[in-house]
Every structure is written in C-alpha cells, then in structure tokens.
Design a protein around this ligand. Structure first.
Ligand code: PLP
Length: 420
C-alpha cells in the first residue's frame, strides 16, 4: 500500500477553499498558508519567506524549529507523552519546581491555554473568598480594555464590550476599573466594599493596545490589596516568560502578585497554561479543579526546555537589548512618517506602533513586504518576535516596515512621497 499523503484529501481545492468549506469562520485570515519555519522566519506554500514578528502571537519564544525544543519534544514523545493526573509524572514536577524557584509563587496548577489559566484563577479567588474571607457574593475587578480570553468567565473578565456582545448572559460577580487610574480604581473599590475578593490585571495590556502598567499605580494597588485582604492577580499570559526583558511582567512594576497566570510562551508553541499562587492562597483541594491534558509530560518537558533555554541562551537579556534596539528603530520610523505614526510604546520585545490609520492597513502592507505583524486593537500594530531575534533581523524587519509605510504614505497622498 502506498504511504498515506497528507495532501491526499485536498484534491484540487486550495487550503483556503477547504478552510472556508470546513472550518468555522471565527478568524479573519490573511491570504497565506504557512508550511515551514526556522528561527524567526516562516515560508508559505509558494516558497515565499517572511520575517515572523508575530511568533504565533507572542508564543514561539524560541522561534521555529529550535534544536533544544525539537529535542525535548521528540525525546519525551518517545518516552511518555500523556498520562492522567491520577498519577505523578516527572516533567510536571520539574516544570513546577523551575517556575516556583524563579518566581514569587509557591504552587502551580497546569492547564492548556491562557483562558483556562484565568478561569482557574477566578475559581481560586472565589474559593479563597468563600472559605478564607467568608464573602458570600464575591466580586472580582478587572480593567477596562483588558483581555483575558474567550471562555465565558475569561470573556466576562475581559473589559471590552466588543468581545462580549452576543454572549449574554455573562458571568456575575465582575466589575471593571480604569487601567493605571488610581482615583477611578479607588472609586470602584469603594463601591463594592467588602465584596471585592480579587483584582485581575495585565502587567501590560497587550490586546488592549500595548499599554504598559504604571509602577506607581500597581504599587498603590498592591498596598490596598494587602491592607484589605484582596488577592492581586496578574495575567502574564502574553508578557510572562521573558518577553518584556524581565522574566515576569510584574518585575517591571516593583511588586509581587499573589496569583499569576501563564500560557502562550511557556512551552514555545505546544499548548500549555499555568496558574501560579503563593502558598497562603493556594486553596484548591482534590476535586476542586482539573484538566485532562493539563500538565502532561509532553507539554511540561517542552516547557522545561524553553525555561532552560531562556537561561542558557540569555534570552531574557536578549529581549531587553533587542527590544531597546527595536524600539529605537520604530521611533526613527515614527519620526520619518509622522502622518502615519503617533508614538511607540512597550517593554522589551512587546512593542506597539500607535498609528493614525487603521492597524490592518499597516499589517497588510507589511505582509506584502515579507514581514508578519499583528494588530493590538484598531490603531496599534504589535511587534512580538521570538526572543531569539537578532539585531540583524530587526534591521531587516525595519527595512521591510519602512517600505510598507512608504507604500501607505504614497498611497495616501497620491504624490511621490509624504515623507517628513
Ligand atoms: N490573557 C492574555 C493577556 C492574552 O493576551 C490572551 C490571548 O491573547 C489570553 C489571556 C487568552 O489566551 P488563550 O488564547 O491561550 O486562551
């Protein structure tokens, strides 16, 4: 019998046609099918090369096909890929050990995604409220313009009505504070009084437009939460694992959270999520929470390889250095195209170009120049390359971006150039 070909069922249909026929239409996709990746580059089915400054949306920490990542994945796959959490497995224990030794947390619960990690945090906060603080009807505060995922409680936590519309009724027990605004946050805290059991915030709002947290705001909130027994929970799903040039987003804020969540970059592209908590609030008992795939040996072995490679290749330091370099280059382009770009903001290797035009236009123009980018809200373009990115690759990305902006500036004016 001839070997089965993965192309066999395609027939004459293109990949896009098969998607449109068989896959639910939850994404507006760009018109390219990616088939291969190496380092910070990916290739489409026509063999065209792209610089990948999306990295699976801040997920491919080590880029594509990193030897350490491949080795961990294949070795573990050959040894033991999945067993139930009814039993111990060593990679889960080792990854939990690494995470707790390198963060302020004492205990870890593993799951499969950012939304699932945040669901776990919400359940943990509610159990803490009921059993430790005696709150019958607890309220969790999150921020306006935040993003915490698409499952129902994570969606409710997400303070953006555009994602919530059509999915009512949402989960009760949530309210929203203005991010980085002490007075506004204090007013919402006062309104709910003793019912507030937790505040869940991103250290830097990613989807909300690459808005870094203000250390003064977070330090004030830390004080208030400690005084009132409120859990301070941080969603590090997008910014954890070194992306900001510090291992954790909270290191940029001069505070420690009581609880934080991880996903995306933790295993560099293998599905994983984690809920981390300090001992005093790690209140889950057997039967309280579970996840079939959570913490399986395969995902945890790959996660551990990502953690070790971060250290072995000084990738957190690299994120800081190359992040500064990227930011300088983007700032030069902002000066060069003031009619298109307002400002640059971000930490390390999560930078946002704040635009005067729709982000989708810049993303499309960059794609034509062989540079993958992703919007963060309607007028911000996000740069989240793998943490292995080099200054040379950043130079290349900036050249491609300059051509993209140039094409938009020319298109805008109908004249030769609008370059300032
Ligand atoms: N939290 C933050 C801060 C995110 O950026 C995201 C995804 O973009 C999520 C949670 C949801 O993660 P997932 O898509 O893995 O459920």
């Amino acid at each position: 019998m001839p070997p089965l070909s993965v192309d066999a069922p395609l027939g004459s249909a293109t990949t896009a046609e098969l998607f449109n026929r068989h896959v639910m239409s939850t994404y507006a996709r760009y018109p390219l099918t990616l088939v291969r990746g190496e380092g910070c580059r990916v290739w489409d089915e026509e063999g065209r090369e792209y610089l990948d400054f999306v990295a699976g949306i801040a997920t491919c920490t080590l880029g594509h096909a990193h030897p350490a990542w491949i080795q961990a994945l294949t070795q573990q796959a050959q040894q033991l890929h999945h067993v139930s959490n009814l039993y111990y497995n060593r990679p889960q224990a080792q990854l939990a050990q690494w995470l707790t030794q390198h963060s302020c947390a004492d205990k870890v619960f593993f799951c499969n995604s950012g939304a699932e990690a945040n669901e776990g945090a919400i359940k943990l906060a509610r159990k803490y409220a009921h059993t430790v603080r005696g709150i019958q009807d607890p309220v969790i505060l999150t921020a306006q313009a935040s993003f915490h995922g698409r499952t129902l409680a994570a969606l409710t936590a997400t303070g953006q009505p555009k994602y919530q519309k059509d999915f009512a009724p949402l989960v009760p027990g949530f309210d929203y504070v203005p991010y980085n605004d002490i007075e506004g946050t204090a007013a919402v805290l006062e309104r709910w009084g003793e019912r507030v059991c937790a505040v869940l915030l991103e250290p830097l709002q990613g989807e909300g437009g690459v808005v870094p947290g203000d250390p003064a705001y977070f330090q004030w909130l830390r004080r208030v939460c400690s005084e009132r027994g409120i859990l301070l929970m941080l969603d590090e799903v997008q910014v954890g694992m070194g992306r900001t040039g510090r291992l954790w987003g909270y290191c940029n804020l001069g505070i420690e959270p009581d609880v934080f969540t991880l996903a995306k970059g933790l295993a560099g592209g293998i599905p994983i999520g984690a809920l981390l908590a300090k001992e005093f609030c790690a209140v889950f008992q057997p039967g309280d929470h579970a996840s079939t795939f959570g913490g399986n040996p395969l995902a945890c072995a790959v996660g551990l390889a990502v953690c070790h490679t971060l250290m072995a290749e000084s990738l957190v330091w690299n994120a800081q250095q190359t992040g500064d370099y990227l930011r300088q280059g983007l700032s030069r382009l902002a000066e060069q195209f003031p009619q298109l770009v307002q400002e640059v903001r971000g930490w390390g290797l999560i930078q946002g170009l704040v635009l005067r035009i729709p982000a989708a236009e810049v993303v499309r123009a960059a794609l034509e120049q062989g540079l993958l980018l992703v919007p963060a809200g309607s007028q911000v373009v996000r740069f989240v390359p793998p943490l292995i990115v080099t200054p040379k690759e950043i130079d290349e990305a900036l050249v491609r971006l300059e051509s993209a902006l140039q094409s938009l500036a020319v298109g805008d004016s109908g004249t030769e150039s609008l370059k300032a």
